[in-house]
Design a protein around this ligand. Structure first.
Ligand code: CA
Length: 357
């Protein structure tokens, strides 16, 4: 199913890319533009008052990020003529993203929205953008606060990394309290878990890993880590890891904690292959993820997955639009908005929500 939608997505991207290539001549590096006028040709008059926004995404092929992108496209449609987003695919490679930023700065843009590939590359990126004197909103993948603070036209919009982990912990401790007899398979009163971690140094991944477990402990539930593996947010890697764990521990695995839904999906596929989490009398091992992707919502609705944590993609797009437009017009990023900065004075936090059946 996922592969299928990915194929459609690639096919669609190709069409849009082809259209924009036709319209924009022979230059090899063209952004995918959601603006039909631009896609259809340069001959049409450009509106001077349109705010041009370059959107650098860490990769198009990420469920949450592609939902943010669709939400931005919707905002563009709803605010016809006010804003024009151009999207660039970082393809999971910081060098590719850096090239796109260079191209964009040369071509001219009013503001940049940057979803870093490598959060450690923040300073290099901010220095480039600062040299061109353009405002920038970093989002989702968070560079160090000092990096943002090093440029007065830079802000960050993201979530509170701890919060996703805390909500995962709440879901699992809630289930334990309700259904301990079924979850505590070996009856030792401890919750034996396996952990699927995103990236080793990604602050979101680290915080989710830490706070999911510490929240369960804070509720007075003892825990034991059977295994932990870094799977780079990847479904297939998580499936492999879980397959190995199921062969080793069987139903000794009492819960599965994944830093995102992609990995949770992989874990569920591995569990299902071994006769778990199929519904209708098979044992269900609670699996939690983060993102509340469409695929995860489907698994949760069917009872194969315990829960997820919703990153509000539409809320993120709205915040990016409001702060980006303000910066492009030389205003303070949060002026006349519903947003406030956190204690760093440069970051806006969009709240997470629990997603369960
Ligand atoms: Ca146990």
């Amino acid at each position: 199913m996922k592969k299928f939608s990915k194929l459609i997505f690639i096919a669609l991207s190709g069409t849009i890319m082809a259209l924009s290539m036709v319209g924009c001549g022979s230059k090899s590096e063209q952004p995918e533009s959601s603006n039909e006028q631009q896609a259809e040709g340069n001959s049409q008059e450009t509106n001077e008052s349109v705010v041009k926004v370059g959107v650098l995404l860490y990769k198009f092929d990420d469920t949450y990020i592609s939902t943010v992108r669709q939400s931005l496209e919707k905002i563009q449609k709803e605010n016809g003529g006010k804003v024009e987003f151009s999207f660039f695919d970082g393809k999971g490679d910081q060098a590719t993203q850096n090239d796109s930023i260079d191209t964009l700065l040369q071509k001219g843009t009013d503001v940049l929205l940057v979803n870093l590939v490598d959060t450690g590359a923040g300073q290099t990126v901010v220095d480039k953008i600062k040299a061109a004197d353009k405002p920038v909103v970093f989002f989702n993948r968070e560079p160090a606060a000092d990096v943002i603070k090093s440029y007065d036209k830079a802000v960050f919009v993201g979530t509170n990394a701890k919060e996703a982990g805390i909500l995962q912990g709440n879901i699992l401790s809630g289930l334990w309290e309700k259904d301990k007899a079924n979850i505590d398979t070996n009856g030792d009163g401890k919750m034996q878990y396996v952990m699927l971690q995103g990236e080793p140094d990604n602050p979101e991944a680290v915080a989710r890993t830490e706070y999911s477990v510490s929240t369960i402990k804070e509720k007075g539930i003892e825990v034991e880590e059977l295994a932990k593996q870094v799977c780079n947010w990847d479904q297939a890697l998580a499936q492999n890891a879980t397959e190995a764990w199921v062969s080793k521990f069987g139903d000794g695995i009492e819960v599965v904690i994944a830093n995102n839904d992609g990995m949770a999906q992989g874990a569920i596929a591995a569990l299902q292959a071994q006769g778990f989490n199929n519904g209708e009398g098979s044992k269900t091992i609670p699996v939690v993820g983060v993102d509340a992707t469409a695929a995860a919502q489907d698994l949760i609705d069917k009872g194969y997955m315990a829960g997820s944590v919703l990153q509000d993609a539409e809320g993120m797009a709205k915040a990016l639009y409001s702060t980006g437009m303000n910066l492009a017009q030389g205003k303070n990023a949060i002026e006349e908005t519903e947003y406030t900065f956190d204690e760093t004075g440069v970051a806006v936090r969009i709240p997470y929500q629990e997603y369960t059946k």
